[in-house]
Each structure stands twice: as C-alpha cells, then as structure tokens.
Design a protein around this ligand. Structure first.
Ligand code: HEM
Length: 204
C-alpha cells in the first residue's frame, strides 16, 4: 500500500483483538460476581453457572494472548528521556499544542504508562485468580491467603478496567489510530505528526 506505513502485523492484530474481546467478556462476568447490581452482566457468558465455569478459563486465555502481544511490544515501551519531557508537558498534550512537544518514538509516554499498568494488573489478576480457582488450586491455600487474593483480584481488575477505558478513549481521540489496529497501516502524515522518531526510523 503506497503512502501508508505498516504499524502492526496480522498476528499482532489478531492477538490484540482476541485480548480485547476476552477482556469485555471477563470484565462483564467479573463485575457480575463483584456486586449484585451488575448481575445482569452475567448474561454475556450465558448466566451465573456458565460464567463461574468460563470466567477462570477465559482469564487464562486472555493472559496468554495479552502476554504474547505485550512481549512483542516490550522494547517499544521502555521509558526514555523524551517520554519524561513529554509527561512534564502534559498541559500541551491535552491542549493539542503538539508543536511544543518533544519528538517521540512508536508510543507516547501515556501509551507506555498504560502498557505497564496493563502488564502489572494482568500479572496480579492471573496470580490471584489462580489462587482463587476452586476447581484446581484454592484448597492449597489458607483462608487468609484467599482473602488477600480476592482483594488483589478486585483491585487489579478495577485498575485494568479504568486503564482500558482511557486506552479506548485515547485511541478514538487521536484520529487515524483505530485504523492502525484494524488494517495494520497508518498514513505517513499520522506517523510524522504523532510519532516522528518512529517515522524517521521506518521511513528509509
Ligand atoms: C476494547 C477495545 C480496544 C480498542 C478499541 C483498542 C484499540 C487499540 C488501538 C487502536 C491500538 C493502536 C495504538 C497505536 O498503534 O498507537 C491499540 C494498541 C494496544 N492495545 Fe488496545 N484496544 C482495545 C482493548 C485492549 C485491551 C483489552 C488490551 C489489553 C488488556 C489492549 C492492549 C493494547 C496494547 C498493549 C497496545 C500496544 C500499545 C503499547 O504497546 O503501548 N487493548 N489498541
């Protein structure tokens, strides 16, 4: 495709959207277990009984699909000096004064912080979820450990849901970004404007 730059391979997009669909199913069923006022959301996994069975299994799948994708993106998400400068000028970011901002690479500091929040909350969700998994593991732990796992699971689930809300909002806010994850390509203008250091590295 001329005039366009490749941002994601097909396998990366497949993994990303698998994670996104699993996240929605898990967030809905998790909220249904969390409080009776969310019980209607258990319908997304076929009601209470089926949700209790599917939630942990789909959780493992989401963890795996996310981790494969996240590992591929690891080197692009290390925090550099220009990212710290970008964060220090968050007022300019919010007011769209892009010309004042330092040049950034494949991801901006906001995306990188979201990435690390996702990695941390996924690891905590997986660890605490395994401890709580009644069918296989929960009998190996004391009641106190189980209580801590329940709290860690709820808190990290809350952090992940908030992070994804910001992630989706930002993807829609910066025009042309959704296309990157649906088609795999971005326009040269998008790359040059939003990620100039990455643009220079791929435009050879
Ligand atoms: C539910 C709807 C979602 C939408 C609409 C969405 C949209 C997007 C888009 C457009 C990008 C490309 C950003 C860019 O190239 O600059 C992206 C990247 C990414 N998304 Fe999502 N996403 C969603 C859910 C998720 C979920 C549930 C996760 C993980 C739990 C996730 C993790 C990521 C990661 C790690 C990246 C790469 C950014 C980085 O490495 O810093 N996304 N997403």
């Amino acid at each position: 495709m001329s005039g366009l730059i490749k941002r994601y391979e097909a396998n990366e997009r497949l993994n990303h959207w698998a994670t996104a669909i699993l996240f929605i199913l898990l967030a809905c069923s998790g909220l249904a277990f969390f409080h009776p006022s969310f019980w209607f959301l258990s319908g997304v996994l076929g009601g209470g009984e089926l949700s209790r069975f599917l939630h942990p299994a789909l959780g493992v799948l989401m963890f795996l699909s996310f981790m494969i994708f996240a590992l591929q993106k690891l080197s692009d998400n290390t925090i550099k000096d220009h990212d710290k400068k970008w964060l220090g000028q968050i007022g300019d970011v919010i007011s769209n004064r892009d010309d004042n901002l330092p040049e950034i690479g494949k991801y901006n500091a906001g995306q990188k912080l979201a990435y690390w929040a996702m990695v941390l909350s996924m690891v905590l969700l997986m660890g605490s979820g395994l401890i709580m998994w009644r069918e296989f593991f929960s009998h190996m732990f004391t009641v106190d450990t189980l209580r801590i796992a329940v709290i860690v699971h709820a808190l990290s689930g809350f952090v992940l849901i908030l992070t994804i809300i910001v992630h989706v909002y930002a993807s829609i806010w910066v025009k042309g970004t959704i296309k990157a994850m649906t088609t795999g390509f971005v326009s040269r203008a998008w790359a040059k404007h939003h990620h100039p250091l990455w643009f220079k590295s791929v435009d050879k």
